[in-house]
Ligand binder design. Sequence first.
Ligand code: ZN
Ligand code: ZN
Length: 184
Amino acid sequence: MRRATPTAGTCLECGCTDARACPGGCSWVDETRQLCSRCGPVSLKVFGSCQPKGSTRTFVTKRGKTVVTSDNPGLRGWERAVRTAAQTVTTRRRGYMFMGPVSVTIAFHLNRPKSVRPTRRLFPTTRPDLDKATRGILDPLTGVIFRDDAQVVEIHATKDYTNGAPFAWIHVRPMGVPLEWEES
Ligand SMILES: [Zn+2]
Ligand SMILES: [Zn+2]
């Protein structure tokens, strides 16, 4: 695989260069010099009910076909929604993927059942389990936002209730770039 390292970098998002940095200053997020620290972090807002990645079962049919079944049929649609949102970013960045260590922050805002009053249950101490819901995010990001999920060296995940439509906020940033979280 050929990977050219440009001698003079230009940010894929904002077009800043070595000679003309962003106002206030910026740095390259990695040695490929394709993204600057102002534009590096990815923020995705995905609407829908997050789905936990449960156990999957793999078996081979008599005809030799490998079949993978999941115990959660809703997972596929959710993973597709996350992947589609991620692909929008990667397409805009002309295929750029993070190559180095990344930090992932995920905030799940779940649907509050009408029967559950805030006074009774402030936080969703029910399913989905946070770790399994996180898995349901990292898998569709792999090969789109970063090459390999082994690159994830930090995860911060939370779940709470929302009174509106459920959604998940996903932030991925290359290590060393500060998190600027704008919820708008
Ligand atoms: Zn930039
Ligand atoms: Zn810049």
